[in-house]
Design a protein around this ligand. Structure first.
Ligand SMILES: [Zn+2]
Length: 378
């Protein structure tokens, strides 16, 4: 007997290459069966989702959801339900000093699954708001590798990597040194680093040349300066191409200042699609320009990326990045997460972090989701 059966959907699972109309059943928290037709008599709860798209549970690889404990964090339940994201990956909101509070007060009671990159800085992102903005990597007294290593070892079920923010805003001219500390800790843990980059210093060259196979460059399609592409002759910078060759993972991390259509168009024209598309949703980006994961994905549809590639960048792509192959696909026996989406046709205007706009003819809307085999309305 299945716990839940979704019928007559377009089942789109880019990770396995599956794209066909059919039914999907869940039992005991996992995907139990995927077939053209599964009998209704075999399920306790049945939902007809004809005309809708069922994908693996969407993963938002870059969020800030330490709600109430930090000024940057937004409330995760409401956000996840509206944006159809079954897994939120928090990008270093908490550091070693306050991770336990994040785990017990936010992660454990939350509706969506929350995983985290632990900030190399002791207090995490502690002063990020309209009124007070102090980068956590601007003071070396806050950058002690030992507590970071200890806390990441203590919580291996929820900590998937180390986050570091470098750039004029985040590390106050300290260049690449905080990244080197994060790499040192991550190397000892055998986990990836997710690296933020804003205004130089440090330069794109210094940062990208340090990233190893499996490390993640977030804000990867940021506008000038430290952009990955040259607008003058519409080419991708050599060190970016070399990093991809080496296996560095590219993540969008839209946020309030980190995604530009002009840069993204050069990248996509050059055949350089991101492995991961994420929102970088936080208190200063959730009401625009990022809004949420589905708006961010819809911007890539507007730029001509295929639906299958866009969904891949929010399912199998981020699942690979956090090394969680049980997430990100609809394979039988994997974690029972799925997202039900509608492609809403219309005329939509999308705005990037620089205020530039582009027109799109469709937008993805969440119609519900399944987390560990249980249905949730949007
Ligand atoms: Zn962020």
């Amino acid at each position: 007997m299945y716990d839940l059966l979704l019928k007559n959907a377009r089942l789109l699972d880019p990770g396995s290459g599956h794209d066909a109309t059919g039914d999907i059943a869940f039992a005991e928290g996992r995907v139990a069966a995927l077939a053209q037709s599964i009998a209704e008599s075999e399920a306790a709860e049945i939902r007809d989702v004809a005309g809708l798209i069922v994908t693996p549970g969407l993963i938002d690889l870059h969020t800030h959801v330490y709600w109430g404990g930090t000024s940057i964090g937004i409330e995760p339940d409401d956000y996840a339900l509206k944006s159809g994201t079954t897994t939120l990956v928090d990008a270093g909101t908490a550091g070693p000093a306050n991770y336990r509070g994040f785990l017990e007060h936010v992660i454990e009671p939350a509706v969506p699954r929350i995983l985290a990159f632990l900030n190399i800085a002791f207090p995490g992102i502690f002063a990020f708001s309209e009124e007070v903005m102090v980068g956590e990597c601007g003071d070396f007294r806050l950058l002690s590798p030992a507590p970071c290593l200890r806390v990441a070892r203590a919580y291996p079920d929820s900590i998937v990597g180390i986050k570091v923010r470098v750039g004029m805003n985040a590390s106050d001219g300290r260049g690449v040194a905080p990244l080197d500390l994060a790499l040192e800790v991550a190397d000892e843990l055998g986990l990836p680093v997710m690296c933020h980059l804003d205004y130089p210093p440090p330069s794109r060259m210094e940062v990208v040349s340090r990233l190893r196979k499996g490390d993640i460059l977030t804000h990867c399609f940021r506008p000038f300066p430290n952009a990955p592409a040259r607008l003058r002759d519409r080419t991708v910078h050599e060190e970016i191409l070399a990093a991809r060759e080496r296996g560095v993972i590219f993540d969008i991390g839209h946020g309030m200042g980190s995604f530009g259509f002009a840069t993204a168009e050069v990248m996509l024209e050059s055949g350089f699609q991101p492995e991961c598309i994420s929102s970088d949703v936080h208190v200063l980006s959730v009401d625009g320009p990022a809004h949420n994961q589905l708006v961010t994905l819809s911007k890539f549809l507007a730029m001509g990326m295929s639906l299958a590639d866009v969904i891949a960048a929010s399912t199998v792509g981020p699942a690979d990045a956090i090394r969680r192959p049980d997430l990100g696909t609809l394979g039988a026996g994997t974690t029972g997460d799925a997202t039900v989406l509608r492609m809403e046709p219309g005329e939509f205007q999308f705005i990037d972090a620089e205020g530039q706009s582009r027109q799109g003819d469709s937008q993805l809307v969440a119609e519900g989701m399944v987390i560990a085999g249980r249905w949730h309305d949007p």
